[in-house]
Design a protein around this ligand. Sequence first.
Ligand code: CTP
Ligand code: MG
Length: 526
Amino acid sequence: MAIFHKYLYNINFLHTDLTTKETKESKYIMYDDLIEHRRLQAQRSVLIEIQSYRSCNDVHKYCSRYGKIKNIFYYSNSRLLRHFAFIEFEHQEHIDKILSISTHINYEQIIPVHSSNLWYRNLNKSINNTIFKESKTQFCKYTCKILQDGDIIKILKDISTISEQILSLYEATKLNDIGVRLRFYTAYQIERSFHGLFPNIAILPFGSTVNGFGKQNCDLDLSLHFEKEKIEKMNSNLVFHTKYFSITDKHRVQNVMEIIAGIMNICIPGIFNIRKILQARVPIIKFDHKLTEIECDLSMTNTSAYYMSELLYMYGEMDWRVRPLIFTIKAWAKNCSLTKDTAGPWITNFSLSLLVLFFFQQLKILPPLDLLQSCANTNDIRLVDSHIDCTFLRDITKIPQYTLETKEESLEKLLLNFFNYYSTFDFETKAISLRKGKPILKPEQCALYICNPLEINLNVSKNVKIEEKHRIQYEMRNAVWTMENQSKLKNLGLINLIFNRKEAVTVKFKESINIKKIFETDNSIV
Ligand code: CTP
Ligand code: MG
């Protein structure tokens, strides 16, 4: 029996199917298993554009003839202009069957590629006219509506404590199961298109899609690997003829990416608005996926970023408060305009996430990376491009517990302490080191130094200008004031901190003027 889904708000971020318990204490899933599970799920899925919600019944009946359906998600995109049935089959052979019975039309005007992006035409008019009865079947509707500030305020308004508001903000805005599925599906579509030339190619999602820090509309970071695992068959007498390529040869990488961008642009359905940023330190191809409505960044030379995502995923799994706090800090920073959608001399979400993790390390709730490295075994060894050491203990259940402290601090207290900690942090002379788990002396002059935990000589916040660093600490001081003066601000909690920020600053400003006046009066008495 197929399972019909709508948007699954409260389901644990990535644990669907892999765990039976969906609680904060649910079993730990290793990152590699998680990625493999999601990739297989994507390989068993097709995205079928339909005329309307009413077509779900027909498409389900039709596809069931060719394979056993495991899950169906109906969704319409944000402007309600397009409707989709996203179907997961039990086995990948069912997809092969579906594609073998699918057809092209208008041969003279198309490049006849095969992909799992399909649309449903109803040839049997009598079926089309049957009225879809929601009550009889278990189809559910979902509109890919991204929550706006007003929607979030409505959710937070009725919640009495800041700690609960933080949790609700996280639950309401985090990337959900269908969001993750569509992102892995998008990655697999591109991978599949290149399988003819490169049978072992892998296009792997990384960044906030997989580390658990992603919002519903987060971008999709992808890294392309020609060989998923580079294992030479030592006993084979036949060797492939090949052409020269090296991942460290930037010019070659740029050439290859140019070609990949060209093929994606001309051949792959759903991909639009390709922008090539090939001169950057990490060359990327940016594009929009029109069917899944996801903005993507594809890179080739970014393997350490993939392991960085694993590290962040692991830290997020170690304590249930990590992700809600990161979501709150990101939402706060966005509303203070400390972060922006474009790149520039301001702090990024990634740097903010590292600041939060480092803060948890100060409380000994999270371990330093050095400790994870010292506990690693041979299965954990990962060397990238033969010089970046991404080796660390992968199984967090093996972390020696005596190295950590069980602190029961509420999310509210943690948030306040976070602002307090960084608003007075000595960024002038100190750098943030997640490897050591404590501040270290700054290796070079710059406004903000956050050591890249894996590529140790890099500063992930190198781009941040001194004015931005001042603004970050200024906004943090405002945040501390707002949290400590809730009663003067109608006790709206997070709403004041994130959405009514200007109002809170105005009250604070007026108050500071009043204090001045009191002093003036005192002086006159003396
Ligand atoms: N990354 C890195 N070093 C950097 C920047 C990014 O290793 N200096 C890696 C991190 O693993 C990061 C990923 O690249 O998670 C993607 O970067 P980005 O898209 O900027 O951040 P996200 O974590 O995906 O956050 P967002 O939701 O804002 O996209
Ligand atoms: Mg990203």
